[in-house]
Every structure is written in C-alpha cells, then in structure tokens.
Design a binder for this molecule. Structure first.
Ligand SMILES: [Zn+2]
Length: 247
C-alpha cells in the first residue's frame, strides 16, 4: 500500500513546513487504524509489516541559503539550450536534442547519422558544455554507464543501477547537492543522501527488536521477507537477508 499524500504536500511546501508535520501525524493515525484492522483480522502479533519510502526529499533551497548552506534553483531548459548551442557551434545549426527526460537528454541519432557525425563525439561535446554550468556536479554518458566499471564512484554506481540501455537518454546529468530544477517548491531524484536515505521498519511476528544504523538497501526487504516466510528469494533479487529475524 502506498500513502502518497506526504509526497504531494512535500513537493509544494518542503519537508520543514508545519503542514508536513501535520500530514505525518495524520498518516500515523491512518496507519494505526490499518494495524488495528489487521490485528482484529489476524490476531495480535500474528502478522508482519514493513514500512519504508521510495525516496527522500531536498529542503526548500531558499530555506537552506538562509542557513548559509549552498543551494539554488536552475532550469532544465537552460541545460538543454547549452547542449543545442554547443552542438550547433560545432556541427552547424539544427535541433540536436529530441527530448529531455528530466536531466537525461536524447540526441537526434538519425540527424547525427545523416550528417556523418559520430554519436560518441556529439555526446562528449554536449557533456563538456554542460559540465561548465556552475550548478552541475557530474555528467555521465550512456557509454560510460553501459561499459565502465564505476565501482569506485558511489554516485556513478547509483546512476548505473538506474540505467536501462534500451530506453535511456545519451547523457545523465547530476546537479550539485541542494540544487533543484524547478521554479518553486522542492523535489527529489538525485543520488545524494537527502534523497536516498529512507527509513526501513520491520515490525511483527518473528522480528527481533532493535535499532540498526548501518547502510542497507531497500532491495534487502524482499529477501528478508522471503527468509522470514521460509521461501526462495525472488529470482531477480540483488539484496541480502537483514539480521532482523529472531533465531
Ligand atoms: Zn515526489
């Protein structure tokens, strides 16, 4: 089950607003009702629940700059214009970018082929131009994510996990921490800790009480539940069984 009201509200007012605190209190009450209903159906302590989140969120940039933390806003269309300008200067005026999925632009491969321009050359030219923008942290190319070993680069590793070659764009642009590509409110989607650090709570039958601070992954939930149920973990599982099961 997904409780998505926190997300909708959080985008508008940011995580530090009193409205979000109020929403958390209300969500907690709804969860209490849900657990009460499960308990009535299954019997006290005769069930397991896992609570987590699909992402975190960045604070509102203006709140951060007030506290002296570097942060700001930029526009994805400026990033796109930067690429168009760099490619037009090098190869001649044309519309080189077909679409921009968030910060992952798709270059016009047919146009590049027609003009006998190597895709890797165009992608490198675009990447170099974007890297010069003051709010950009890293730019990865599809070739890099597909073929390079990025094990020594934690940000690159996260980008690689989200990379799907058949549908992916040509560039993968990461802005500096606390920079967001919108005129108001806030959002999520970066590989930084404020976006990727989420709670994971196991509760119920067979769960060992405790508090754990080590780094785990949301992907660890499925194999842990499988172990608890005494069944094989899902075939595509990449997680590990967490030490939360009573012996
Ligand atoms: Zn959201």
């Amino acid at each position: 089950m997904s409780f998505s009201s926190n997300d909708v509200l959080g985008h508008q007012v940011g995580p530090d607003a009193p409205e979000v605190r109020d929403m958390c209190i209300r969500t907690d009450r709804v969860l209490g009702q849900l657990l009460g209903a499960i308990e009535a159906e299954a019997g006290a302590g005769n069930y397991v629940v896992v609570l987590t989140s699909d992402h975190g969120v960045a604070p509102i940039p203006e709140e951060l700059t007030k506290r002296g933390v570097p942060a700001g806003r930029f526009s994805a269309s400026e990033v796109r214009r930067t690429i168009e300008t760099a490619l037009s200067e090098k190869y001649g005026a044309a519309q080189w970018v077909l679409a921009n999925a968030d910060l992952s632009p798709y270059l016009d491969h047919e146009l590049l082929r027609a003009k006998h321009i190597a895709l890797t050359d165009a992608v490198e030219t675009a990447a170099e131009a974007v890297r010069k923008l003051p709010y950009i942290f890293r730019v990865y190319t599809s070739t890099q994510l597909e073929h390079e070993n990025l094990a020594g680069d934690p940000i690159g590793t996260l980008m690689q996990r989200g990379f799907y070659p058949e549908r992916a764009g040509d560039l993968f642009i990461v802005q500096k921490p606390y920079w967001i590509a919108s005129k108001d409110g806030t959002t999520h989607g970066t590989p930084f800790s404020y976006d990727t650090h989420v709670p994971v709570i196991f509760y119920g039958r067979g769960i060992r009480a405790g508090r754990y601070d080590e780094n785990i992954r949301v992907a660890d939930i499925a194999p842990t539940l499988a172990a608890l149920l005494g069944v094989n973990e899902p075939s595509g599982s990449v997680g590990r069984v967490l030490p939360v099961i009573e012996k």
